[in-house]
Design a protein around this ligand. Structure first.
Ligand code: PEP
Length: 256
């Protein structure tokens, strides 16, 4: 039985300590009381250290939204994995908003290096994959998403694959209010995500990995996704910025 995991991607919001604390002080205790789910808050880097001091309740963890693969060096503006260790347990890697403008720093190869580096440092990567609207309409979703999964996990051991979380996020569904249908997301996760992992690492590994859906998830539609057998949780952007995020998490567990 895979434990559900719901992650909040705050993106470039609530990045001042007073803003972040205002939300976290309202949601921290109720989130900690929801049993049977891992909840991860991924705020901007600027508030990670402050939130690390107040987040301590069981079931709620912190994550970063990105990291470089190197530990240190002449990388102006970058955040290294060793800087994150001690501040957070998770790190989002390969979000489509970064892939879109990141060039070689966010290529499939770079995503793979980040995944390996995160695991080496004991961080859990939440690896984002997903097709754009053109590929979706052309019927290329499975091939494209399967390729992203294969590249991200290249060179990992089966044990390492068991430690990652994947997030299937169709780009056309992110921030648009137009989510994928639960059935379509379930199908893509089964075929393109778990199917690719099964080919590379075996059925048992594929069946054990946790896979989230992301793209316009909210408290009203989360139950439909959680009812699907292949979907283990959600990566949530806009709907994670309000106290109602607690309702979303509560409904996610209830629908399981
Ligand atoms: C995301 O940021 O990964 C995301 C899915 O955003 P939203 O929930 O706003 O679509």
């Amino acid at each position: 039985m895979r434990r559900p995991i719901v992650a909040a991607n705050w993106k470039m919001h609530l990045g001042r300590v007073d803003q972040a604390l205002a939300l976290v002080r309202r949601i921290r205790l109720p989130l900690g009381r929801v049993e049977g789910v891992d909840v991860v808050l991924c705020p901007p880097f600027t508030v990670l250290a402050s939130l690390a001091e107040v987040i301590g309740s069981k079931g709620v963890a912190l994550g970063a939204q990105n990291m470089h693969w190197d530990d240190h060096g002449a990388q102006t503006g970058e955040i290294s994995p060793s800087m994150l260790v001690g501040l957070c347990r998770y790190v989002i890697i390969g979000h489509s908003e970064r892939r879109a403008s990141g060039g070689s720093a966010e290529s499939d190869g770079a995503v793979n290096r980040k995944v390996i580096s995160a695991l080496t440092h004991g961080l859990t990567p939440i690896i984002c994959v997903g097709e754009d609207a053109a590929r979706n309409e052309a019927g290329e979703t499975d091939v494209f998403v399967g390729g992203q999964v294969r590249a991200a996990l290249d060179g990992l051991s089966a044990d390492d694959v068991g430690r990652v979380v994947l997030a299937y996020e169709p780009i056309w569904a992110i921030g648009t209010g137009r989510s994928a249908t639960p059935a379509a997301a379930n199908r893509t996760i089964a075929l393109a995500v778990r199917g690719t992992i099964a080919l590379g690492f075996g059925e048992a590994v594929a069946g054990a990995v946790r896979v989230q859906y992301g793209g316009s998830v909210n408290a009203q539609n989360i139950a439909g996704f959680m009812a699907m057998p292949e979907i283990d949780g959600a990566l949530v952007g806009g709907a994670s910025l309000q106290p109602e995020f607690v309702d979303l998490v509560t409904r996610a567990v209830a629908a399981r």
